[in-house]
Ligand binder design. Structure first.
Ligand code: DGL
Length: 270
């Protein structure tokens, strides 16, 4: 009984951490495509090909359900995978919908028509590929009307985190928050639309100030997955072992992962 968690690199560990705490009895197979990160500067075809290859590798470890913890993959590849690629009996879920449901104060799976919601000015921080896909705005439009979204493509942040340069990452985040504020001076809510960004959540919150509510994905995705597995228990695959797969250098990736999660993580070659 295993579930797959996919990310372009280390960022999905924020989701992995939350889902393993929420569902301690479920083994998770984590796949970090570190050799090809960052995805945020790749085109949609490239992201689609890398993501489908990774998900196929995760199926081999006895998973029937894979969470695309990567927003960029959720934005650029998920719809196409669901429409024309998924084999029978397999499912792939993304990370936008739980976040948007929280933002629009909807219950999971509420498919009623879009309606006015309390938040009207939303700042979205994401990778360049996620921003240019407009997938967030599209999913939001299915659920809410009258919400003004200003998106900031946060170039450089993922590379800095993958390289472990948190000082550079912090400086970049502060610059991106300033740039966003020039376009939208008073956001009510901010979405951290990239799995790497919760590693800098305090910096985002500090730069945005106390009046901005920051929505971060990990716990929302964990709650949503727990709810999904209650409704679809058969989607827990036959795999029995938790594992961490990477296309990158396992030693380097394990060191960084251990540093981020503050517990020992051992990646093996994918
Ligand atoms: N962490 C991924 C995301 O959530 C992608 C970052 C990247 O590889 O550029 O968007």
């Amino acid at each position: 009984m295993a579930v797959g968690i996919f990310d372009s690199g280390l960022g999905g560990l924020t989701v992995l951490d939350a889902v393993s705490k929420r569902l301690p009895d479920v083994p998770f197979v984590y796949f970090g495509d570190n050799a090809h990160a960052p995805y945020g500067v790749r085109d949609a075809q490239d992201v689609y090909e890398l993501t489908t290859a990774a998900v196929e590798r995760i199926w081999q470890e006895g998973c029937d359900l894979v969470i695309l913890a990567c927003n960029t993959a959720s934005a650029a590849a998920l719809r196409r995978m669901q429409d024309s690629w998924l084999p029978p009996g397999k499912r792939v879920l993304g990370v936008f919908v739980p976040l948007i449901e929280a933002l629009t104060e909807r219950l999971w799976g509420d498919n009623s028509p879009p309606r006015q919601v309390s938040v009207q000015h939303v700042a979205l921080f994401a990778t360049p590929a996620t921003v240019s896909s407009r997938a967030f705005q599209r999913e939001l439009a299915f659920r809410a009307i009258g919400v003004d979204v200003e998106a900031q493509a946060c170039g450089g942040v993922v590379d800095a985190i993958e390289e472990g340069d948190m000082i550079l990452a912090e400086a970049l985040v502060r610059g991106h928050v300033d740039a966003l504020r020039r376009k939208m001076p008073h956001p009510q809510a901010a979405i951290l639309g990239c799995t790497h960004y919760p590693l800098l959540e305090e910096i985002f919150a500090d730069a945005l100030g106390p009046e901005v509510k920051v929505f971060s994905q990990a716990d929302l995705v964990a709650e949503s997955l727990a709810d999904y597995l209650v409704r679809r228990p058969e989607m827990i695959g036959p795999g029995t072992r938790s594992m961490f797969l990477t296309t990158g250098n396992p030693r380097k990736v394990s060191d960084r992962a251990t540093q981020f999660l503050r517990r020992k993580i051992d990646f093996v070659p994918a």
